[in-house]
Write a protein that binds this ligand. Structure first.
Ligand code: ADP
Ligand code: MG
Length: 514
C-alpha cells in the first residue's frame, strides 16, 4: 500500500474517532486499506464478522470519513479476509455495462467524472496494483494468479462461503463481532450460564441439549448465544447452523405454510447441526407454531443435534407453553442469568471501553457502575454517551463529565424491597389488614391488593413463583403466575391502576431509602 492511501486511512480513522466514536472498535486498527477503485476506497477487515458489522453499521460513518479525509465524493467498500479485491480500474472500465449491479456496496457516484479524476490521482500514486490482495499484504488465502484471474473474469462479485450460507438460510440473524466469549465478563450472576455455553460450544449436541438460558432483558443472553455460534463456526466451519429469532421462526413458518413450502422450511430447521432460537418465549400461545416447533425439537434431538434457546422466563413460566415443550426444555441445562454485581458492572464497563478504544479511568467506571444498575445494555449506552461528550468537548473523561452525561440520576442502592416491605406498603395504601392479604378471603377488596403484592414481589425481588406463593399462605405457583399476569393485563387498559402501581413503586423506593 503506497503512503498516500495509508495517510488517507489514518485521517479517516481520526475522523471516525472524533465524530462517530460509539461505532469505533479497537480492531479498526487492523483494517487495511487496499486501494481505490471506481470512486470507492476499498478496505479489508480482519474477519468476516467484522466485515459484516462494518457493512451493516458503519457504511454511512465511513463514507463521511472518506469524504472528509479526501475532500471528494469517494465512497467506501468493505472486504473480508478472503474476498477478492476489485480488479484494477482499467479492467473495470472495459468490463460489461451491468457490472455495477454485481457490487455489494453499490457506489451511486461511480459514474460521476469527478470520481474518475480522483481515482486517477490516487491510483497514479498506488500504481493500480494496490487493488490486488497480494499488494494489500493480505496473504490469508494464497491463490494462484491464474486462479484469481479466472475468478475475476467469471464475475467481479465479492463472494464468500459465509454469504453463500446466509443466502440459503433466509432469516439468519447477523452475528455481532463484539459478542465472542473473549468479550464476555464472568460474574456470579452468569457463571453457570457461561460455563455451560462454553461446554456446548466445545461439544455441540453432546454436552447440554438443549441449552436454555433465561433472565431479564439486557443481561447477556443474546451475547452468550452468539458467542456459542462464533465459537462453533471457528472450530467446526463445516457444521450447519441456523440462528434466528423466535419471530423469525414464526414468520418463516407462517409464510411457508401459506406458500406451500413446508419441505424447504423443514430442511432449513431440521437439516442443521445447530439450531439457535433467541427469545423463544414469544412462542407462547401460538398453537400451530408450537406444534411445528415440537416436531422440529424432536427431530433435532433424536439426531443429537444441538438446540440452543434463550427466553425471558424459565420454561415453566412461559405463558401458555405446552407441557410437553416445558418438559423438553428442561431435558438439557436450564441456566439463569442474574443482574451483574457492582464489581462485574465495573469489569464490563472497562471491557466495553477497551473494545471501543476508549480510555475510561477506573474511578469513572466505578462511578457509572454505582449509578447504572438495571441492565448491561444501559451500561453500554452510558459509555456511548460519555464517549460522544468526550469527543465533542475534546477533553479527557473525568467524574464530572460522567455526571454530566448521566444526568442527575440518584445514586442507586442495589437492594430492592423485600416481600415484607411490599406487603406493608400495599396494605398501608389500601388500608387492609396484613392477615387478610395473607389469608384465604377472596373478596375483591382483598384479592386485588393481594394480587398487587404478588405482582410487585415478582417485579422487585428475586424470589421464585413458588417462594412468593409460600409467603402468601402457601399458595401454588400458578396462583402467583395468574396474579402477575392479571395485574399486567389490567395495568395496560386501566390508567387508574397504572397510577396506583406507580405510586406504590415510589412508596417502596421511599421505604428502602432510594
Ligand atoms: P439480552 O439478550 O439478555 O437482552 P444482550 O445479550 O443483548 O442481552 O446484552 C446486552 C448488552 O450487554 C450487549 O451489548 C452485551 O454485549 C452486554 N453484556 C451482557 N452481559 C455481558 C457480560 N457478562 N460481559 C460483557 N458484556 C455483556
Ligand atoms: Mg436478547
Amino acid at each position: 500500500m503506497a503512503n498516500p492511501d495509508r495517510a488517507i486511512w489514518d485521517n479517516m480513522l481520526a475522523h471516525l474517532r472524533k465524530h462517530h466514536a460509539p461505532l469505533c472498535r479497537n480492531w479498526f486498527e487492523q483494517i487495511t486499506p487496499v486501494g481505490v477503485a471506481d470512486g470507492s476506497i476499498v478496505l479489508r477487515a480482519g474477519t468476516v464478522l467484522q466485515r459484516d458489522y462494518l457493512r451493516r453499521e458503519c457504511i454511512g460513518a465511513f463514507n463521511d470519513a472518506a469524504q472528509t479525509a479526501t475532500n471528494s465524493l469517494l465512497a467506501i467498500r468493505f472486504l473480508g479476509p478472503d474476498d477478492l479485491a476489485p480488479p484494477p480500474p482499467r479492467d473495470r472500465r472495459n468490463s460489461t455495462p451491468g457490472r455495477e449491479a454485481d457490487r455489494d456496496d453499490a457506489d451511486a457516484h461511480a459514474n460521476d467524472p469527478a470520481h474518475h479524476a480522483v481515482d486517477g490521482a490516487v491510483n497514479g500514486s498506488t500504481n493500480g496494483a494496490a487493488t490486488s490482495p497480494a499488494a494489500s499484504g493480505d496473504n490469508t488465502t494464497p491463490r494462484s494468479s491464474a486462479g484469481r484471474n479466472a475468478q475475476q473474469s467469471v464475475s467481479h462479485r465479492v463472494h464468500t462461503a459465509s454469504e453463500a450460507e446466509l443466502a440459503t438460510r433466509p432469516g439468519t440473524l447477523p452475528i455481532n463481532p463484539d459478542y465472542g466469549f473473549e468479550n464476555f465478563i464472568i460474574g456470579p450472576g452468569n457463571r453457570l450460564a457461561h460455563a455451560a455455553a462454553l461446554a456446548v460450544a466445545d461439544n455441540p449436541g453432546g454436552a447440554y441439549n438443549p441449552y436454555f438460558v433465561h433472565g431479564d432483558v439486557g443481561l447477556g443472553k443474546t451475547h452468550l448465544l452468539q458467542a456459542i455460534c462464533v465459537s462453533i463456526r471457528e472450530s467446526r466451519p463445516n457444521s450447519v447452523m441456523h440462528y434466528v429469532s423466535c419471530d423469525g421462526f414464526i414468520n418463516d413458518f407462517m409464510q411457508s405454510v401459506q406458500g406451500g413450502r413446508m419441505s424447504e422450511f423443514r430442511h432449513r430447521f431440521r437439516d442443521v447441526d445447530v439450531l439457535v432460537i433467541d427469545d423463544i418465549h414469544f412462542l407462547a400461545s401460538r398453537d400451530r407454531t408450537q406444534e411445528e416447533f415440537f416436531h422440529t425439537f424432536n427431530s433435532l434431538y433424536q439426531e443429537r443435534k444441538q438446540i440452543i434457546l434463550s427466553s425471558d422466563a424459565p420454561p415453566e413460566e412461559i405463558p401458555d407453553l405446552e407441557e410437553r415443550l416445558v418438559s423438553r426444555f428442561k431435558w438439557g441445562l436450564v441456566a439463569k442469568v442474574d443482574p451483574p454485581t457492582f464489581e462485574t458492572r465495573i469489569a464490563i464497563l472497562l471491557a466495553k471501553a477497551r473494545l471501543r478504544a476508549f480510555n475510561l479511568p477506573d474511578e469513572v467506571a466505578a462511578y457509572i457502575a454505582g449509578k447504572v444498575v438495571t441492565n448491561i445494555r444501559e451500561l453500554e449506552g452510558a459509555i456511548s454517551n460519555l464517549q460522544m461528550l468526550c469527543s465533542v468537548e475534546g477533553r479527557p473523561v473525568d467524574i464530572d463529565m460522567a455526571r454530566e452525561s448521566l444526568g442527575d440520576r440518584p445514586e442507586v442502592v442495589t437492594r430492592g424491597p423485600t416481600i415484607e416491605e411490599i406487603i406493608t406498603t400495599v396494605c398501608g395504601f389500601y388500608e387492609v389488614k396484613r392477615t387478610d392479604v395473607l389469608g384465604k378471603r377472596r373478596h375483591q377488596s382483598i384479592s386485588l391488593p393481594r394480587q398487587i403484592c404478588m405482582y410487585l414481589a415478582r417485579k422487585h425481588t428475586r424470589h421464585s413463583l413458588e417462594e412468593i406463593g409460600g409467603h402468601f399462605g402457601g399458595r401454588d405457583h400458578t396462583t402467583v403466575l395468574h396474579a402477575v399476569r392479571s395485574i399486567e393485563t389490567k395495568k395496560a387498559d386501566d390508567a387508574d391502576l397504572a397510577a396506583v402501581l406507580e405510586s406504590l413503586d415510589k412508596g417502596l423506593r421511599n421505604a428502602i431509602g432510594r
